[in-house]
Design a protein around this ligand. Sequence first.
Ligand SMILES: Cc1ncc(COP(=O)(O)O)c(C=O)c1O
Length: 436
Amino acid sequence: MKKNKGQELYRIAKKNILGRTMLFSKLPEIWLPKHWPSYFSKARKITVWDLEGNRYIDMIFAVGQNILGYSNSKIDQEVIKGIKKNNMTTLNCPEEVILSKKLLSIHPWASKIKFARSGGEANAIAIRIARSATKKQKVAVCGYHGWHDWYLSVNLKNSEELGNHLQPGLNPVGVPKSLKNTVYAFPSNNLRELKRLVTKFDIGIIKMEVARDYLPNKSFLKQVKNFSKKNNLILIFDECTSGFRRNLGGLHLNLGVKPDICIYGKALGNGYAINAVLGNEKVMRNASKSFISSTFWTERIGFVAAISTLKEMQRVNAWRKIIKNGKHLITGLKKLSKKYKLNIEIKGIESIVSFNFKSRYNLEFKTFLTQEMLKNGYLASDKFYLSIYHDKKIINKFLYKLDPIFKKIKELENNGEINNYLEGPVRISDFKRIFN
Ligand SMILES: Cc1ncc(COP(=O)(O)O)c(C=O)c1O
């Protein structure tokens, strides 16, 4: 492969930017070290153009924020209109109230909202609200909840505590040592362990993702709800990623399990920064004296984007489309792996699909897949955040191109020669986020 402008720019990023990129999941090393296009010049629907003008069909669609596709013209038009009228002034924009009305109408259990810009922030807000509302400050967590101190403090006890939720060996350097033993991680679908932790450490708050790699276990969620109600705990559902992927709102609405606080992010603004923290009357009343405030939470852009995203998702039945697209992809991947007797493990909540090669060459094979699909004009790997535009036709074309690559991978599995076929280093692991 020849040099690319993206990689040249990335060399500067390595020198200039702390952590190289702003988001861990956008590190080129996670996809295709040394050859990943890395930067985009423009994007539309599911097509992305790199800095040299090469176009790719984006099957990864990281990290799920654009259910309605990139540069959705309806949403962009509304945002541009909003910008032309001005983004921020001394006075507040009315759209924050309009959005609060819409989200509260979807969540009859909630009484108040706070908006923010990122999921990490929204999670920190939710923890502050919960701690304002209870005397027991300790938290039990399950899943990924952002980069903030309160969450990473889990690893102060030992750096493997978040190994099954995020990634192994995550160093909590810089997190105040005084936060040690304030937050504890529990495995998903393990009520007994959750109860043990809550009792032993006098925990007052449970914070969890409702689903990630598998559809939610309804009875587990109900048991957690009953347990938290009985013991006066505060239950927080982090639906930053799972929200709006199976219905208009969170999975908890479909399951009939009401949390005390719920968080949305990612897909809410279809690529524009907006997160929401909803709380019931009791917790929000108790948090009313807590100081939670930020300049750029008043930006008009995010509110306008979210209002028009909700409208558009509802109009096109977005969740039905992405579920259908995801199911089609899963079926196709299963068929292909069967055809070539490749042992793969597929995970996902339909519209977020991921897979592993059950082989000691798992990462090598994924690197090879990305390398070869890039030559075919695809950004593709082991992860797929489906959008409404990843339809049957697109998926069939993708699977058609994937077919000879799976065939080759089987051959390389048999002869162990994978490393001879890699044109750069093997990729690193993405967040693990194990859920079972
Ligand atoms: C469930 C969940 N919570 C929180 C976050 C953090 O959100 P952000 O990256 O916007 O800070 C993420 C991001 O992946 C997430 O999936």
